[in-house]
Design a protein around this ligand. Structure first.
Ligand code: NZQ
Ligand code: ZN
Length: 389
């Protein structure tokens, strides 16, 4: 097991009706905030009215910035930075899913920084301070409500890049599972796969003595799979939605990463897909993760056999363990299909045309490779895309 430091300072306020606490919670930080949200789902559901009432009741003034798109864009982040500076705003309230939260986080690090906020995403600068961000979560998926990550797309060149810093962790996250009842099935399913992917990126590690977190992750995956099957049939099943929402936070707040070095190759490869085709991140992962697994499993048979037997209940084939491993991958792929997601590029009407460009643009965090469980060079990345065709 690796040495580690674990920090998860986000205050979680979980359960029915908790959004009513947003005013009082926000007031602890500021009397004037930027209210940041997306394309209107919160108005349609009536959540917007409840948030505004709670802020007013607590005496919190707000300036609104709506319009965050899925795969949030740098242009709106810059608008938000300007608004905050012009109005002396020192707190960002994000109401929405991962895109709204990430846009808020980028504004939060951008306001005190005199340079271009994109510097943090290229690695040209290191963030030293950030405004506090509070969250009302409507979509369990990205785990951004407690994560140290922030992912933004720069319109010019369609570059989707992440910025990781402890400063990105929101100060509070209000999580009422009922707010996710209105999610369409496709988004619900994509969220489930993103949550599973955050667990699997950490599960597939070369650390051998991480039994506790391995078993926690296996249980978490099984629970998400079971509850996903329920919510796909019963979108208003509170308990199933609640299980998924809480799992989504723990999947990405680094708890399941303790003592281990995670992989994250599939995420980096997927970011090229969602940047180029404006694809839903979780749907992109449903395509890339199985392809990545098929590409790397042979050299890492033990871990894939463990995954197959413990998560997917595959019977162990002692004569041919490779078959056991492959059956685990097959069952995962079948599950993604069952909940209505694409598992091949062609299912999403994507051919081989963009592969060269996506491969070329893919960020290589280790210098000339990507991923830690198995290090992938550009040729390997291209091969993963081709396996996904
Ligand atoms: O914009 P509105 O109208 O609110 O609609 C959104 C959006 O169209 C809708 N939605 C959200 N909550 C809803 C709802 N519709 C009905 N009922 C509700 N309760 O869903 C659509 C997608 O929302 P979005 O925020 O884009 O989804 P998600 O939470 O999956 O976030 C995806 C983004 O997060 C990044 C992804 O790359 C992508 O850009 N990620 C961020 C991470 C992080 N910061 O830690 C980690 C992840 O790996 C991921 O990369
Ligand atoms: Zn993700």
């Amino acid at each position: 097991m690796q040495n580690f430091e674990f920090l998860s300072p986000t205050k979680i306020i979980f359960g029915k009706g908790t959004e009513e606490k947003v005013g009082a919670e926000t007031k602890k930080y500021s009397d004037k905030v930027l209210l940041h949200y997306g394309g209107g789902s919160i108005k349609k559901s009536g959540l917007y009215d409840r948030i505004v009432k709670s802020l007013k009741d607590a005496g919190v003034e707000y300036i609104e910035l709506p319009g965050v798109l899925p795969n949030p864009r740098l242009g709106l982040v810059n608008e938000g930075i300007k608004l905050c500076r012009e109005n002396g705003i020192k707190f960002i309230l994000a109401v929405g899913g991962g895109s709204v939260i990430d846009s808020s986080k980028a504004i939060a690090v951008g306001v005190p920084y005199p340079g271009d906020v994109w510097d943090f995403f290229t690695g040209a600068a290191v963030a030293k301070e950030a405004l506090p961000v509070g969250v009302v979560l409507t979509f369990p998926a990205a785990g951004s409500e407690a994560s140290k990550s922030c992912v933004i797309t720069k319109e010019e060149g369609l570059l989707k890049r992440g910025h990781n810093t402890q400063l990105n962790r929101p100060v509070f996250a209000i999580m009422n599972p009922e707010l996710s009842f209105t999610l369409p099935p496709y988004q619900t399913a994509a969220g489930v796969v993103d949550i599973m992917a955050h667990m699997m990126e950490r599960y597939f590690t070369n650390e051998t003595y991480v039994d506790y977190t391995d078993r926690l992750t296996e249980a978490a995956l099984k629970s998400v799979i079971d509850n996903a099957r329920i919510v796909m049939k019963e979108p208003e099943n509170y308990n199933a939605r609640a299980e998924i929402m809480w799992a989504g936070t723990i999947a990405h707040n680094d708890f399941l990463e303790t003592g281990r070095i995670p992989d994250f190759a599939s995420h980096n490869i997927e970011h090229e897909l969602s940047a180029k085709y404006d694809m839903t991140h979780g749907a992109g992962l449903a395509i890339i993760f199985p392809a990545w697994m098929k590409y790397v499993y042979k050299g890492k048979l033990n871990k894939f056999v463990q995954f197959a037997t413990r998560v997917w209940n595959v019977d162990m084939n002692y004569d041919e363990p490779e078959r056991t491993a492959l059956e685990g991958i097959r069952r995962m792929e079948e599950f993604f299909k069952e909940i209505g997601l694409p598992v091949r590029l062609k299912d999403a009407d994507i051919g081989e045309d963009g592969i060269a460009e996506m491969t070329e643009k893919c960020k290589l965090p280790n210098g000339d490779t990507l991923g830690n469980f198995v290090r992938l060079n550009r040729k390997d990345i291209e091969n993963v895309f081709r396996l996904a065709l």
